[in-house]
Design a protein around this ligand. Structure first.
Ligand code: AKB
Length: 374
């Protein structure tokens, strides 16, 4: 086995070159040795790109045209420079995105394509946002399995092979009906009943396995439902909490596909993106875990509608339950316990329900004023 041969050669060299080594070969951490989990030739040289080589990380974001990618790219470009953050997707970007910074075609199911991008651009951080969400995953299990599971395998191998720091989001969807729901701690039973949830548990476990086995710098946050004004989620169970704002502004009417009392953890997009940057920048020795819950607020459709009606009393909300989504929501956490993230790397959310509603309405107000002015 060429990989094993190379591994033992490197391990021997480490032992020989460690001054004062107590010579306990069995305690040599495999994680200190960066090598590819894929089959490679015995003369391949393994290396990891360390952050000290460059002033800033060079970041690749997959699935960049989903709900979060453009916002994350904007925030990371402010911090690391426009050309150090590459947004990627298999779809054609709108011209505003195309002209705002580097954009590239990448297909996470094409290992060679991914590898070429990582090598040619000297990528050091990878943020993996490509995934099918919960409701759309149930409508197309084969595609969800392929994108969310096979795609992740490519990402993990590329990241391990090139010494990348890898961020993969998990979510409240990684829990199921047998998990404690109020609150849901980081470590508990995880038996989700959706392909989306299964793929998220798989990603958490595989990432942690690669961390322990290959030294991959894997970092994962379990996101609540994310609410954003200028980007839409697609095919999720928590989508109603974004749609209600659009429909309220457009017609003062909203038909909700979840029961009025369905309580789920939620977060405003700015908190979510900031948490992502913070965990990526957290010093290794502050991370006692590799997968953390993050929390901001929890509310039901009824409570969100009431908060909106304080400012838009004319808003009418009716309910027409989608049974697939309702069953999913009923199996998910109602409240997230994120005390480990708060303790380890200082996580703190800024937006609770009133601030969230105000910020969303301000965004649409400003947008309609701009439209009126044009
Ligand atoms: C979905 O509803 O599928 C996502 C999620 C909570 O993971 N927004």
């Amino acid at each position: 086995m060429p990989v094993i041969r190379t591994l033992s050669k490197v391990a021997k060299q480490i032992l020989l070159s460690t001054p004062g080594c107590g010579c306990q070969p069995l305690t040599v951490a495999v994680r200190n040795i960066s090598f590819s989990p894929r089959q490679v030739t015995s003369d391949a040289s393994f290396h990891s790109v360390s952050f000290s080589e460059t002033d800033h990380p060079k970041v690749l974001i997959t699935g960049g045209l989903g709900q979060l990618g453009v916002g994350l790219a904007k925030m990371l470009r402010k911090r690391f420079g426009k050309n150090n953050v590459i947004l990627s997707d298999i779809r054609k970007p709108p011209s505003s995105v195309f002209h705002s910074g580097p954009f590239i075609y990448s297909d996470i199911l094409d290992y060679k394509n991914l590898r070429e991008i990582v090598v040619n651009n000297r990528i050091t951080w990878l943020v993996h946002y490509s995934a099918l969400l919960s409701a759309v995953g149930e409508a197309n299990v084969a595609l969800a399995r392929s994108v969310n599971i096979t795609g992740l395998h490519n990402i993990l191998d590329i990241a391990a092979e090139h010494g990348l720091r890898l961020f993969v989001p998990s979510t409240i969807g990684a829990f199921g009906p047998t998990s404690p729901r109020n609150p849901t701690p980081d470590l508990c039973v995880q038996r989700p009943r959706t392909i989306y949830g299964v793929s998220k548990v798989h990603a958490e476990l595989m990432g942690e396995y690669y961390h322990h086995r290959y030294g991959l710098d894997f970092r994962c946050l379990r996101y609540p439902g994310i609410i954003s004004a200028d980007s839409m989620p697609g095919g999720g169970t928590t989508d109603y909490a974004v749609q209600i704002f659009h429909d309220a502004i457009k017609s003062s009417k909203f038909q909700c596909n979840l029961r009025p009392d369905t309580r789920l953890p939620m977060m405003y997009i700015d908190d979510c993106l900031r948490a992502t940057l913070e965990v990526m920048e957290a010093p290794v020795d502050t991370l006692t875990m590799r997968t953390y819950n993050i929390n901001a607020m929890s509310f039901s459709p009824e409570e969100l509608a009431q908060e909106l009606q304080k400012q838009m009393p004319e808003l009418e909300v009716t309910y027409d339950i989608d049974h697939v989504r309702q069953a999913i929501a009923d199996s998910w956490p109602m409240n997230f316990d994120d005390s480990n993230a708060r303790r380890d790397w200082g996580w703190k959310h800024d937006y609770d329900l009133p601030e969230l509603v105000q910020t969303m309405l301000n965004f649409f107000d400003a947008e309609s004023r701009m439209a009126g002015a044009n």
